[in-house]
Design a protein around this ligand. Structure first.
Ligand SMILES: NCc1[nH]cc(CCC(=O)O)c1CC(=O)O
Length: 313
């Protein structure tokens, strides 16, 4: 009998993240060290099932989390392991993220036979990405590039690139590292060029709010430094009513003085206009820093921008 059942998607990346959660849990709790103490339960989500359409078309936020939350609700699992960037900012009251694991590098990696950044691409080159956040930043930096919707796992996206279907593509560096495929890494984009999604590179554990036994297990592996950064990023996203499927980017970092610095942007999907904001403050004010940056971006972009976003879903 397992002491703890962790729910996860079945993709290679999701499995690697769940294994990481299991490893940290067994390090933190002697009774979870036995081989069968923590069971991984694979759950298929809408995002895994529908592979032939852009994510933004299938609709709704939380494409990758709904079915997992249902399993949490009916007790098939005790905790769900998520990529924090796929977790909607609004969770049902019965559930909460109780731990965020130490963050992997949040930046995006760049792959192309033409060079190591967008600037190296020839005029009119084709860039494959399914993410509105990446698409809009690419279009803003290089209006001449053709951005094509491009889905699939790491291997299949790199294969399409090798076959010449596109001239370049972008992937989360964290995914590549967690899959143990850093050997494939070509170049990392500086955040000034490609700001990551809120929560990118962070893994979160979602529990039932009334399940104190699981919450106690899980809180022991929370990484407060990552938690604070992700709190600020998600507070910003929340004000902007955003998800990882909206053209919104947010990244919080610690300054050398130990302050929290949050950078974020919202972009028109066609890349025509982009608004940026940056605030700094004490780590204890993460939530307020996120709200301040989100509020500023909301005012700068204007309500029409958000109405257009709502129509996307
Ligand atoms: N949207 C899918 C998704 N969700 C999390 C990651 C990568 C891992 C992470 O950001 O933590 C990816 C793939 C990608 O964006 O390339």
């Amino acid at each position: 009998m397992p002491l703890l059942k962790l729910g996860t998607r079945g993709s290679p990346l999701a499995m690697a993240q769940a294994e990481e959660a299991r490893r940290l849990l067994s390090e933190a709790h002697p009774e979870l060290q036995a081989e069968d103490a923590v069971e991984l339960v694979v759950i298929k989500t809408t995002g895994d099932r529908v592979l032939d359409r852009p994510l933004s078309e299938i609709g709704g936020k939380g494409l990758f989390v709904k079915e997992i939350e249902e399993a949490l609700g009916d007790g098939r699992i005790d905790a769900a392991v998520h990529s924090m960037k796929d977790v909607p900012t609004w969770l049902p009251e019965a559930y909460a993220i109780e731990a965020v694991l130490p963050r992997e590098d949040p930046r995006d990696a760049f792959f192309s036979p033409h060079g190591s950044s967008l600037a190296d691409l020839p005029r009119g080159a084709r860039v494959g990405s399914a993410s509105l956040r990446r698409q809009s930043q690419i279009r803003h930096a290089r209006p001449d590039l053709e951005v094509v919707n491009f889905r699939g796992n790491v291997q299949s996206r790199l294969r399409k690139l090798a076959e010449g279907e596109v001239d370049a593509t972008l992937l989360a560096l964290a995914g590549l590292k967690r899959l143990g495929r850093e050997d494939l890494l070509q170049a990392v984009l500086p955040v000034e060029e490609m700001l990551p999604a809120a929560g990118q590179g962070a893994i979160g554990l979602e529990c039932r709010s009334d399940d104190l036994r699981t919450i106690e297990y899980v809180r022991a592996i929370d990484d407060p430094r990552t938690s604070v950064r992700v709190t600020a990023e998600r507070a910003c996203l929340d004000v902007l009513e955003g998800s990882c499927r909206t053209p919104i980017a947010a990244l919080a970092d610690y300054t050398v003085e130990g302050n929290l610095n949050l950078r974020a942007l919202v972009a028109e999907p066609d890349g025509s206009r982009m608004h940026r904001s940056e605030h700094q403050g004490a780590a204890a004010d993460a939530l307020n820093i996120g709200r301040a940056v989100g509020g500023e971006l909301r005012a700068a972009a204007g309500e029409a921008f958000f109405e257009a976003l709502r129509d996307l879903f």
